[in-house]
Design a protein around this ligand. Sequence first.
Ligand SMILES: N[C@@H](CCC(=O)N[C@@H](CS)C(=O)NCC(=O)O)C(=O)O
Length: 417
Amino acid sequence: MAPTLTGFVGNSRVRRVRAAAALAGVELNYDDTFTFKSEWKTEEFLKKNPFGFLPILELEDGTTLRETGAIAEYVAELGPNSTLLPSDLTEKAKVHAYQCTADQEIQIPGGIVSGQFSGNIPYNKGVQQALIDKITRRLTVLDTILLNSTFLVGERITLADIFIATAFTNIATTWFDASLRAQIPNVVRLVNTIIYHPKLAHIFTGIEFVEKLPSPPVPVKEKKAEKPKAEAAPKAPKAPKAKEVDEEEEEPLVPEEPKVKNPLDDLPKSAFNLEEWKRQYSNNDTRTGAIPWFYEKFDKDGFSIWKVDFKYNEELTMTFMSSNQIGGFFNRLEASRKYLFGSVGVLGKTNDSIITGVLILRGQEVVPVVDVAPDYESYEYKKLDLENAEDKSFFEAALAWDLVVDGKEWVDGKNFK
Ligand SMILES: N[C@@H](CCC(=O)N[C@@H](CS)C(=O)NCC(=O)O)C(=O)O
């Protein structure tokens, strides 16, 4: 009898084992009767896997294997002609290294990020951003490796590719959004090769990548305070504990934003019309039309101008990817559209570039405007003084997209309008 794999439907760890079996030509029975809400940790199950987690693989002789890394290797070795796990020891070690990278650097930290967004893990903005940055950096390394090679090890699909692809689907279906994905086209290409592979597509059906990073969860207290008293339901008998847990889990991944008034709306009225500026900038030549309009109308008490610099320029590679990164940052600033205009560019060339530019924003403080973007701390902000000739010329050149810094010329840019 074929070995039996037991695991949740739609679970990426299950998918990695099923994908290995499909490519190795190994038949597996697949028991998908448990869901995350099932009570599978029965005495009987714990005898098979005292750690209590799924998936497990049960062999004909009654042995139970756990840990999908080990299970996938076992399955790959079972296949008569499988090339998923090279026989050469060095190559095999390289594959194993990527399996570890997939788990340690993507799947596990990525799960913490998802858990924070869904509210299952306490939300901490700093921790979350550090994890997002770290995962993105690791994926950028993979992307560079994949620039000149189709697969991660050798010339055929190995467990390395399957593990990276399944870990990636886990984050891309929950929070690793379109703008982040645009920074790593070679990884996305590898993932697509796996998930649309004719022998694997049935395992990956129904996968949908998210377009936008979810909003952070609303603190429970705030959510409760929001409920108007009049709408409170009559007191119901207390539900059993397990039910309460279920309801908590059913909370949407992207909770509603609290309808809190933005303190920026309480600033004294300003005669400078940011929307009109955005129109002037879009419809006129920057140096001869928009900038003269700006100097005539600008209200330096109601608004301020900031130089913005990416903190990790040494990690930038291809300039088009850096440009996508600016686009991603601007997407995440969406909630501040009323208060902000930006002109930010990539200057330099591949592997020697910087991201810099200017922001025009409501008020005299930058943080209340930019902290809607979870990655705002990846940038440095310095207030510009238009009375100062150097600041003024930087400001104008960033608006006109002809800025040059230390010999690095503006190659691509984005506007936040
Ligand atoms: N390293 C293990 C992780 C297994 C794991 O964390 N399984 C999760 C589902 S993805 C689980 O069963 N969680 C419930 C629990 O641990 O109680 C593997 O790759 O098999």
